[in-house]
Write a protein that binds this ligand. Structure first.
Ligand SMILES: [Zn+2]
Length: 296
């Protein structure tokens, strides 16, 4: 499942590759994944892509009038392709962009001069595919309400998502204050999008290992310094993961790179910190991996 680091890297890359280009063609070969009408999809053609951003586990494509929000769920993947590249199965959405004219959008520094960036004259394609078809693509025409469950970005209402886990406004003081209101086990807490947005099954394991905390510990049992350590571990783990992914992922944005994780899905292997074999339990096909030796 794409989580905050995966989606941050995709959004930064697509911001650099695609903004400033007009949409020349839009198709939905997998219409079941699309929330919106064919007319709404067609109405995007001719609009210029202004911004690509991430909020929690959602990607938002803001055009000069309308927007698209994607919730990739478990198996949704984004691909940047040239139009003549072979189409793989279960492609739900294809957006073809024209050449880029003068455009001075803001790009992440690491994308500067990257070899995978399409040239201004190229006409790149964004494809979204999902082998389980669980993810959803929401077309958001300007001025029209369409609920996006779990989303709380621009154009949506309510207090559905907490602050992004990497948000600058989520300071240690805000963290301490927010965590008091959320009881329960630590793994579930980190995955609770109303507490903090963007963390899923894999990175919650990684963060708790970095913090030396057992995933089944109750939040109410944490000492003040442990609450602080959890915050530091969260920021550090997500930062490092994004830095690794910026190097490892492009140009195959559709591949999920997870081989550098330290505990998640490494049951039975030695803990990289203390050497104890990593424990793993599964519920509803989702695994929790942790070290009994060094996570208390
Ligand atoms: Zn250990």
């Amino acid at each position: 499942m794409p989580e905050l680091p995966d989606l941050t890297v995709v959004s930064e890359a697509f911001q650099a590759a695609l903004t400033g280009r007009h949409l020349t063609h839009a198709a939905s070969p997998g219409p079941l994944a699309v929330r919106g009408t064919p007319a709404e999809l067609e109405a995007l053609v001719g609009q210029r892509l202004e911004r690509v951003s991430r909020r929690g586990k959602f990607l938002r494509f803001q055009f000069d009038r309308d927007a698209i929000v994607v919730n990739a769920m478990l198996t949704g993947r984004f691909q940047l392709a040239s139009p003549d590249a072979r189409m793989t199965g279960k492609t739900a959405l294809v957006l073809t962009f024209g050449a880029r004219g003068n455009w001075a959008g803001r790009m992440a520094a690491w994308t500067d001069g990257a070899s995978w960036l399409p040239a201004a004259t190229e006409e790149p394609e964004l494809r979204y595919r999902d082998r389980t078809q669980m993810g959803k693509v929401y077309l958001l025409p300007s001025g029209q309400e369409r609920p996006v469950p779990g989303y709380d970005g621009p154009g949506s209402q309510g207090d559905v998502q907490g602050p992004d886990a990497d948000d600058g406004t989520l300071t240690i003081d805000v963290w301490r204050d927010r965590i008091k209101r959320h009881p329960g086990e630590l793994k579930a807490l980190l995955r609770n999008q109303t507490f903090v947005a963007g963390i899923g099954n894999a990175y919650s394991d990684e963060i708790l290992h970095a913090a030396r905390l057992n995933p089944f510990r109750k939040r109410s049992s944490l000492a003040t310094e442990e609450i602080n350590e959890l915050y530091v571990a969260m920021r550090d783990t997500l930062d490092r993961a994004a830095a690794t992914l910026r190097v490892r992922v492009p140009p195959t944005f559709e591949m999920e790179v997870r081989d550098f994780l330290r505990v998640h899905l490494r049951g039975g292997q030695p803990c990289p910190r203390c050497g104890t074999p990593i424990s793993e339990v599964s519920s509803r096909s989702e695994a929790t991996s942790w070290c009994r030796g060094c996570q208390r």
